[in-house]
Design a protein around this ligand. Sequence first.
Ligand code: PHE
Length: 473
Amino acid sequence: MVGTTGAAPGHENWSSRAAFILAAIGSAVGLGNLVRFPAEAGANGGGAFVIFYIFCIVLIGLPVLLSEILIGRHGQAAAPQSVRKTARDSNASEAWSILATIGMIAAFLILCFYSVIGGWVLYYIGTFAGEIFNSGLFSGAFQGRSAEDVQGLMPGLFANGSLQVILHLVFIGITIFFVARGVNRGIEFVATWLMPIFFLIFLGITIYGLFTGDFGRTAEYLFTFDLSKLTGPVMLAAVGQAFFSLSLGSAMMITYGAYAGRDINLAKTSGIIATADTSVALLAGFAIFPIVFAAGLDVSAGLGLMFQTLPVAFQTMPAGTLIGLLFFIMVFFAALTSAVALLEAPTSWALDKFRMGRQRTTMITGGLVLLVGGVAALSSTVFAGWEPLGFIPLFEGQDFFNTLDVLTGKVMLPVAALITAIFVGWIADRRLLDAENGLDGAMHHIWRFLVAWLCPIVLIAILVVGIFPGILG
Ligand code: PHE
């Protein structure tokens, strides 16, 4: 029946609107903003990527975000079950739940490499904590060591397969712990404690960075739009980054939407989530690139930006040990609130399907992440040189770890989001979702137009020119 909660047994709801917003922002803000955004912006030439990324957030990401949360709140169940209910209530085929199935598998695969990076973050927290004894809290970190030596921390870690597996185990273990505690005592708990602390540290470090770094050059790099640089692959990277950052196409926002009460205005909430997420990504760019420029380092260093470039910067900064330690603790908080969301998507599905109890279900889904992620953690050692999909041009030269990233970010998330837009734009009964979306007047028509027309057309075009760049000649 339309309009009833229809909650599954044991179904929890967010305890307040603020809790939902914090959990959703916690999911969105993560390694995607702090590590992946600067890495992708640098690898794709800066301005053209960044400006197209913002275009994607506003005109594609935001409408899809609202669509996903709407489906979740209407369905009040795990993601595939929510889509199925929405389809049933619209007299449409339940096969549309494929969008959530693809998304859920994507969430699982993302978590497999996400948790490995989470492990690296733990390693850097440990390293900076150790520096307190070596360099003291208020001097630069790594006193008495050369810059090459500090940059060598990352390759050193990469060469140590067993250490990476152990760190991955610790990170996923912490994630499992909180997801097993449930929506209120686990997911909501981490979000409401960690996100405010995250924002506090983030603000402090950004202000600090603005005073010490090369701001003007960074602004020019990030916002100079050069149309000739906007190639198919750059557009695909930008739209993929927009989805990754907003946690879209991963069944995740449908999952969190299912715990949202009827009194919450979803349009407003979506706007807050997207604004917070995009601000953090852009500010992270402004925190990282000035340091890169000031030190004359390579902007396309990818993951090395965070794990090699920044540690060198903390070496010469006043109170670098303290700031470095706080910085990586902050990254850890952001990563954990996202990892919890990534694990919740497949876990809530398994919970609704097998009804084995939350703790046991979480142990199983998390255990599978541990196994597959373990292979990702060994990508630079035991499985070095193994390119599982290397025969496909898009995946050429990508080891298992990177294959997971490309497969999810550049294929699965955009495809799942495309199906979502078609489903909400054309298939689902308008009266069902329109009554609940919190939009009125012109905004409502704009949302309808973006979901039904702009999103599908642009997404299909980008997928084609991004995956087969040869088509453009
Ligand atoms: N949005 C998260 C980040 O930027 C990653 C994520 C993707 C989380 C998909 C949940 C679902 O780090």
